[in-house]
Design a protein. Structure first.
Lengths: 263, 193
């Protein structure tokens, strides 16, 4: 009958960690114990199966997903977008201004013309319309960090120059519009010159640990050589912008899917 | 201290001083083994990847709690195993199984349990059938090859408990493999007939 304390000896025999002499003595001491022999056999069978187990390997896709998931937890926070304001609320100040101007113009016309005609009143409408457009533009929420370029030189204007790169070298564009992204795409060469964005190859990516900074870098790299452009918030979604070969592609940080219309 | 341990300690220090790349390097150095441990304990790739992610997030957030008394890898595996146990409890994919009080072979109830599910005569299935505490001990000791002392530290139990769990776990494993193999042969016999 095996005693409880014999299991260490049985395990040692099964593991083959004893010298030949010790092994022989130990096995002899268990010979008269049927339960011990059974246990020894079970230990050997288990060890044989375990030692023959296939190694566990993460696939490249799983590894990329893991890196992306962990990096996403600690990625630098993108600028919080301003709360969306319904279009009619945005236009309300402009409409009020337009209404006030109409009153002023109307009253002025009456005072100057001594009453005037319906036609003359209609002629004042374009003036009111101009005022409406201007006031409506002023009423729109300010776009922070929008990409702007000098039309004559193609160089980024002071607004873009004011965008400081983050500690990682990745620019944060704040809340911008799809049109801004399109502008970045259209003026990429000038932008890169100003920005000093770097182009990375797969080997660089490994050494720079870039994928921990830019969440979707590995996904983008699957498409070709990448140039990191930056991050932004578009319509409330955090995005990462890359130039891949000769195309600009924008990835949603949430799942690294390509953002329309940049697919 | 091994070269790996010394390098890990240096990377932890760098990370605590603000070098984010040091964390990435730590992760790359250990992610395969952590994944292997989690997959063997959880028997599910997706769950294992979740556990690996949670493990490294915990390391990131609690790195300052690493005292250096043991190897970083041991501390890391302890977090990984605890994360896996938490996940098992949360998902309830495995009912809590108290540790057996005796070293007697599996009783008839365990045999019934084996027969009540689709049998697959392989190691993965046999491992999955082990109580989590036994499985973790075997994974760390026999599959990952950690010294018993490191396993004890990773599981936060005395080394004697590790020896007992490994021994009893192997015995259950071999019995499960025999049962699975026997059932397979039986099924093949019926099919041939």
């Amino acid at each position: 009958m095996m005693h409880e304390h014999d299991f260490e000896l049985i395990a040692a025999i099964a593991e083959g960690g004893l010298s030949p002499d010790e092994q022989a003595v130990a096995e002899a001491s268990l010979a008269s114990c049927e339960a011990c022999s059974t246990d020894l056999q079970l230990q050997r069978e288990a060890l044989e199966a375990l030692r023959g187990a296939a190694p566990v390997v993460m696939t490249d896709l799983e590894r990329a997903g893991l890196h992306r998931s962990v990096a996403a937890q600690f990625a630098p926070a993108v600028v919080k977008p301003k709360p969306a304001v319904p279009w009619f609320q945005r236009l309300m100040p402009a409409m009020a201004a337009a209404a006030a101007l109409l009153v002023v113009v109307g009253v002025g016309s009456v005072l100057i013309d001594g009453g005037g005609s319906a036609d003359s009143a209609a002629e004042t409408t374009p003036v009111a319309g101009e005022s409406l457009r201007t006031a409506a533009e002023e009423a729109l929420p300010e776009v922070s960090g929008g990409a702007e370029f000098d039309a004559s030189t193609g160089a980024p204007t002071s607004t873009m120059a004011a965008l400081a790169p983050t500690a990682s070298g990745i620019r944060e564009y704040g809340s911008i519009s799809v049109a801004d992204l399109a502008e970045i795409a259209g003026r990429l060469d000038a932008f890169e010159e100003e920005d000093g964005a770097n182009t990375y190859s797969a080997n660089d990516l490994e050494s720079l640990q870039l994928d921990s900074v830019m969440v979707c870098a590995e996904i983008a790299l699957d498409e070709g050589q990448i140039t990191v452009i930056g991050r932004a918030i578009v319509d409330g979604d955090g995005v990462e912008i890359y130039r891949i070969n000769d195309l600009v592609k924008v990835y949603l940080i949430s799942d690294c899917s390509l953002m329309d219309p940049f697919e | 201290m091994s070269f790996r341990s010394a390098e890990d300690a240096g990377l932890v220090s760098s990370f605590l001083e603000g070098d984010r790349r040091a964390f990435d390097e730590l992760m790359r150095a250990h992610e395969d083994r952590v994944f292997a441990i989690c997959l063997r304990v959880l028997s599910d790739r997706e769950a294992a990847l979740d556990a690996v992610q949670e493990t490294f997030i915990t390391v990131y957030r609690k790195a300052q709690q690493f005292s250096g008394a043991s190897a970083f890898s041991t501390w890391l595996y302890r977090i990984a195993v605890n994360t896996c146990f938490d996940q098992l409890r949360r998902t309830r994919r495995h009912q809590a199984q108290p540790l057996p009080d005796t070293t007697e072979p599996a009783d008839e109830r365990s045999q019934d349990a084996l027969e009540s599910v689709e049998l697959r005569p392989d190691l993965e299935r046999a491992l999955e059938d082990l109580p989590p505490e036994f499985r973790a001990a075997i994974v760390l000791s026999d599959l990952e090859g950690l010294p018993l002392q490191a396993v004890a530290e990773a599981l936060d139990v005395p080394i004697g408990t590790v020896k007992s769990r490994v021994f009893r776990g192997r015995r259950l494993l071999a019995e499960h493999l025999r049962n699975l193999s026997g059932s397979s042969a039986h099924q093949r016999g019926e099919h041939d007939a």
